[in-house]
Structures are given as structure tokens and as C-alpha cells.
Design a binder for this molecule. Structure first.
Ligand SMILES: Nc1ncnc2c1ncn2[C@@H]1O[C@H](COP(=O)(O)OP(=O)(O)O)[C@@H](O)[C@H]1O
Ligand SMILES: [Mg+2]
Length: 406
């Protein structure tokens, strides 16, 4: 099934390139058994993606279970997910199977995964790493074979940042990320979605289809849509039911759109973004960069191949790599371990002049940075830590971990 058919089958409306990409990634990752995280603000349409992934996988005849982690009270979540033995707590009059047992051989969708308590995260990590779990009140290790697709919204990144979500679990879950853009960044799709919903509600309530004047259309397209597609759908329903006139003008439409001033929702997002990496410990950033490194190298290769194919550069010269690095800053340069694809080297008569080697890794760079800072501050950790933007405790740990001599 191609992307177009998939969209049709699952009622996904829109032609935004990022949306297309999300569907495409879901389609491609489905037959692998990798875990996936669907990222996107609330109401952006995450819910169908785990279903697509399940039904296009070899697990399609197995169970599919959707769990909203944010809706289950902290006191019962372990028992719901992993089950419990009879008598394991007051009220546990019967043994109970958990979702991970029921979903054996299938897929679990963990919606709002950022809401999981830390203790539950530890259990989940064990399931992902070893396929093992222990029921509440039991000591027996049990096996299960479940693929996890999770969804997260912007709160998730706050949870990560504040240490409320384990980074190791995050990397386990997020082997392939799928990103859904907010509606305000999909302006080309807004009117399309409105018309679809207007038609659906007209049919449902047996009423004429509501239409917008040109002015109203402008308002619709330029609204902030903090609740994304869910909000657009709700508002279209309200208008369809309440407004008797067939054509809605801007004034009427505005009555249905809550005003979000700049001090409202957008500022929450800005505040979150600006504080995202103020964290004392940069481990996380290094991990992220390490992940990105792989993708970047792939990307560069593609561009490079393309440029060689179109004759923009002669294949294989070091200068070309530098050129690419200038074109795509942000940058893993040759000292960051840029790998040149073997095929490029084979086609290149000067192949022997190219050193294919994993030079300084990011870890080496980190060590290098720490050494330099220590040297500069004559071994005074307090000042070196300050310069590196990490806490003294973290610096101390890194010195021990990397056995950096002072
Ligand atoms: N591309 C789309 N086309 C049509 N309807 C959509 C689309 N994306 C989302 N919806 C609808 O919008 C609502 C919210 O989507 P949902 O998947 O629940 O959002 P999320 O899980 O990201 O909060 C649902 O009613 C869904 O059917
Ligand atoms: Mg949802």
C-alpha cells in the first residue's frame, strides 16, 4: 500500500510535506520490529499512526492495545500494565493480567508516555531490553513479546529535561521518531480539513454544509490553533450545529475562536524551548548529538552523491567534503568522524588519498574540552566546570569516568 492509499484508508486529510513524511516513515518502519515514538502537540492526529504501524506489521493478527498512560492513576498503573497476583494489595481479590501479558505477540500503544511514573519506566525498560516483567506482588519473571509504539507531546520534553523521564528509556523507545507538525504550520491543509469536517457534520446532523466567506477563510488560516486538528474539528461541529446561515463571515467565526495572546500558549512554548538545554548535565545533549551524527553523515552522503552525479563536484576530493560541511553547518567535520561511503572511494582514482577513519569521536571531543578547561584554569575544577557549563559534580564524575589525568 502506498502513502496515498494509506492516507485514504485511515482518513488522513492533508498534503503538507511533513505529514506526508510522517505517513511515509510509519509505512516504512511498520514491517521492522523497531519501537517508534510519535511526537506532536495534542490534537495533531497521532492516534492513527500506531494503528498503521501495527496493521502493516507481521504482528497484524496479534492484539493491538492502546493505553493512555496519562489517564491511569499512579497507584494502579503498574498493576494495569503488568498485572498483579491475588492478594498483592488491598482490593486485589483476583489475579489480573496486565496489558503487556494480553498484548503478547502484538503491539502496545502507550499514549502520553511522558506521564509514566519513574518506577513504571524502570519496568518498561526491562520489557524493552529483555522482554521480561514481574507482576505486582509476584517474584516470578515472565516473558512477553510486545512491540511498543509511544506518543508524546511537548510536555514530554520537559519531563526529559527535568529528569522525570529516563533518558535510557527514551532512547530505547525512540529508535524511529515520527513527527506531526502543529496545524499552524500546515496552513495549506486548514481549509481542506475544515471542508471535510463541515461535510461530515452536515451529513451527520442533516443540515446544509457551512461555508466561509473569503475574510473568514483568512481568519481560519491565520489562527494559532493551540488545540490543532481536534480544535478545528470541534469548532466546525459547533458552527455546523449553531449557525443557521450557510455562509459564515469573519465576525461570526471569530466568536468561536478563543483568543490566544502572545502571553498565552505561545509563551509557554517559548519558555520551554529557551530552557530546554539549560540543564546542568550535558550528557543528554551529547547523546542527542551522537544520534544526529549518524543521520547527518547519511544526509551528507546523499547530497554528495547527488552533487557528484550532477557534476557539481568531482567525486571524492577532500575539498568537496569541506564544501559540503560549509553548506550544511551544524556540523560534524572530518575530525568528527565523517565517513566517506565506500562506493565513492571505489569510483575515485585518488582513493588512497582519502583517509577513511573514525577520528575524534564526540566522547574524545568531550574529553578534549575537559582537559583544555582544566589546563586553562590550572586544575581548578570549580572554574573549569563553570566554563564547560556543567556542575562540579558532573565534571568530577566525567574525570573519573574518562580517567582524565590532571
Ligand atoms: N489528518 C487528519 N485528517 C482528518 N482528521 C484528523 C487528522 N488528524 C487528526 N484528525 C482528527 O483530529 C482529532 C484529533 O486527533 P488525535 O489523533 O486524537 O490527536 P492526538 O492523539 O495527536 O492528540 C481526531 O478526531 C482525529 O480523527
Ligand atoms: Mg491522543
Amino acid at each position: 500500500m502506498d502513502t496515498h492509499d494509506l492516507k485514504q484508508k485511515y482518513g488522513i486529510i492533508g498534503n503538507n510535506p511533513l505529514l506526508e513524511r510522517a505517513v511515509d516513515i510509519a509505512r516504512q518502519v511498520a514491517p521492522t520490529d523497531l519501537n517508534v515514538v510519535i511526537n506532536g502537540e495534542s490534537g495533531t492526529g497521532k492516534e492513527v499512526f500506531p494503528q498503521i504501524i501495527h496493521y502493516l506489521s507481521s504482528r497484524k493478527h496479534g492484539p493491538y492495545i492502546a493505553v493512555n498512560c496519562g489517564a491511569i492513576p499512579e497507584g494502579t498503573i503498574d498493576s494495569e500494565l503488568f498485572g498483579h497476583e491475588k492478594g498483592s494489595f488491598t482490593g486485589a481479590t483476583e489475579a489480573r493480567k496486565g496489558y503487556f501479558e494480553v498484548a503478547n505477540g502484538g503491539t502496545i500503544f502507550l499514549d502520553e508516555v511522558g506521564e509514566l511514573p519513574l518506577a513504571t519506566q524502570a519496568r518498561l525498560l526491562r520489557v524493552l531490553e529483555a522482554g521480561e516483567y514481574i507482576k505486582v506482588g509476584s517474584s516470578k519473571v515472565q516473558k512477553t513479546d510486545v512491540r511498543v509504539v509511544a506518543a508524546s507531546n511537548i510536555n514530554f520534553h520537559q519531563a526529559l529535561e527535568k529528569g522525570k523521564f529516563r533518558a535510557d528509556l527514551y532512547y530505547r523507545l525512540n529508535t524511529v521518531p515520527v513527527y506531526l507538525p502543529p496545524l499552524r504550520e500546515r496552513k495549506e491543509d486548514i481549509h481542506l480539513l475544515f471542508r471535510k469536517f463541515a461535510n461530515d457534520f452536515a451529513a451527520k446532523y442533516k443540515m446544509p454544509v457551512v461555508k466561509l466567506t473569503g475574510d473568514a477563510e483568512q481568519v481560519l488560516v491565520n489562527y494559532f490553533w493551540p488545540g490543532n486538528i481536534r480544535q478545528l474539528k470541534n469548532i466546525t461541529e459547533q458552527i455546523s450545529i449553531i449557525e443557521r446561515t450557510k455562509e459564515i463571515n469573519a465576525d461570526v467565526l471569530l466568536k468561536y475562536l478563543p483568543q490566544y495572546s502572545s502571553s498565552n500558549v505561545p509563551s509557554v512554548i517559548t519558555a520551554h524551548e529557551s530552557s530546554a538545554f539549560n540543564s546542568n548535565d550535558r550528557d543528554l545533549i551529547f547523546k542527542v548529538v551522537r544520534d544526529m551524527k549518524g543521520e547527518l553523515i547519511e544526509l551528507k552522503k546523499v547530497v554528495y552523491d547527488l552533487m557528484s552525479a550532477t557534476g557539481k563536484v568531482a567525486p571524492g576530493s577532500i575539498e568537496d567534503m569541506h564544501l559540503l560541511n560549509r553548506m550544511y553547518p551544524g556540523e560534524i567535520d572530518s575530525s568528527g568522524g565523517l565517513k566517506i561511503h565506500p562506493s565513492v572511494i571505489q569510483n575515485n582514482p585518488n582513493a588512497q588519498t582519502i583517509e577513511v577513519e573514525e577520528t575524534l569521536s564526540l566522547q574524545d571531543k568531550e574529553i578534549d574540552m575537559i582537559r583544555k578547561a582544566l589546563r586553562k584554569h590550572k586544575g581548578k575544577r570549580k572554574y573549569a566546570a563553570k566554563e564547560l557549563g556543567i556542575s562540579e559534580r558532573t565534571l568530577y564524575r566525567k574525570i573519573n569516568e574518562y580517567q582524565i589525568e590532571e
